[in-house]
Write a protein that binds this ligand. Structure first.
Ligand code: ZN
Ligand code: ZN
Length: 369
């Protein structure tokens, strides 16, 4: 057992508690990680607010981290102490039907136990005063030490700066990956919502050679950052007279090849579908809608060749697909600095989530060192 400073969520709508937890040694197929940095992501906030179905309290949030391997359990063959790793909320076991298919990056081999806040053997490695503290998303990166299954760890090159590449654990990979999965050279693209995901879709679309990248947001303050990452046009959706669909059709002479939606708002999802060009246009949905929601759209659009897709972690298989993206970052193709708006120690984690709630941060990073 080792002691670890961690942020603990004891229940919905309560501030995170900073406390020492005990972390049990890794068991078979598990790895003990020392977290170096962890970005704060909106999905953590859903656990704090009690609107995430896959939460068992008390829990340690965090799913956008990076760290070093401290100790491996039995039957761990691909990692050893000192390796740099990014924990994955979507594992890659390599042997299930999903992993063997090139049609999806999903792997549900340990989804059931992950959603129950425990390791694949059904128990948790965290405890506090003798009581269980649950894992969250299988990662719990807001703890100095965490235990993660080997199949949910991506090994990465050691020369990549750990205080930045934590963002590949969620936001950057989700955005850049989604663009790389769906955008072709010369495409016209729309991005609804220029937050942490949307801004990386803009960046990914630029890398893919999109000729036109239209950002849509209710906050015109996003214009400069959007343009920095490659946005060519902006539609201010806060203007009550704004009709984003008509504006996009006018700007593109008929619609975009790919429309990405990152807001989780059903009416915006429909706007994304409607702004896709007939014949082949795609709407790609990334925003998470309120549980139980249903979307309405005109089927004639599908009959005329439009399609609706979704994207999870950018369509990237975590263990095999993260290293090439980090190479792109190290070569200067992917940029991170402009999207890191705040840095703070774990002691200030509640301030980090407050900034997120108020929309005052794009990405805050918790530094453990
Ligand atoms: Zn996330
Ligand atoms: Zn699998």
């Amino acid at each position: 057992m080792i002691e670890s400073l961690a942020a603990i969520c004891t229940g919905p709508e309560t501030p995170l508690e900073l406390a020492q937890v005990l972390v049990a040694p890794p068991r078979s197929g598990e790895v003990l990680i020392e977290i170096v940095s962890s970005g704060l992501c909106h999905t953590d906030l859903t656990a704090l607010e009690g609107i995430n179905a896959s939460t068992v309290y008390p829990l340690i949030p965090g799913h956008e981290g990076v760290g070093r391997v401290v100790e491996v359990g039995t039957d761990v063959s691909s990692l050893r102490p000192g390796d740099h790793v990014i924990p994955l909320y979507g594992p890659e076991c390599g042997t299930c039907a999903m992993c063997q298919s090139n049609r999806t990056n999903l792997c549900w081999s340990i989804k059931k136990t992950r959603d129950m806040g425990v390791m694949p053997d059904g128990t948790a490695r965290f405890s506090r005063n003798g009581a269980v503290v649950h894992h969250f998303m299988g990662t719990s990166t807001l703890s100095r030490y965490t235990v993660v299954p080997e199949i949910a760890l991506a090994k990465i090159r050691k020369d990549a700066p750990l205080d930045k590449i934590c963002l590949f654990g969620c936001g950057v990979t989700t955005g850049v990956g989604a663009a790389m999965t769906h955008v072709k050279h010369g495409d016209k693209v729309a991005v609804f919502g220029l937050g942490g995901i949307g801004i990386n879709i803009v960046q990914g679309a630029r890398i893919c050679g999109a000729q036109q990248i239209i950002g849509v947001d209710i906050n015109p303050d996003k214009i400069d950052l959007g343009r920095y990452y490659g946005m060519t046009d902006f539609i201010d959706a806060s203007d009550p007279s704004a009709d984003a669909v008509t504006a996009i059709r006018d700007l593109t002479l008929g619609g975009v090849d790919v429309a990405f939606e990152c807001s989780g708002i059903l009416s915006v999802m429909r706007q994304a579908f409607e702004s896709a060009v007939p014949g082949w246009g795609q709407a790609v949905l990334l925003g998470v809608e309120p549980a139980g929601s249903e979307m309405q759209f005109a089927p004639v659009g599908v009959r005329y060749g439009k399609s609706i897709h979704g994207s999870y972690f950018g369509g990237v298989k975590g263990r095999s697909g993260l290293a090439p993206l980090i190479d792109l970052f190290m070569e200067g193709e992917i940029e991170l600095d402009a999207q890191i708006t705040h840095r703070m120690p774990l002691q200030d984690v509640n301030r980090g989530f407050d900034l997120m709630r108020k929309g005052q941060s794009l990405r805050s990073i918790i530094d453990f060192e």
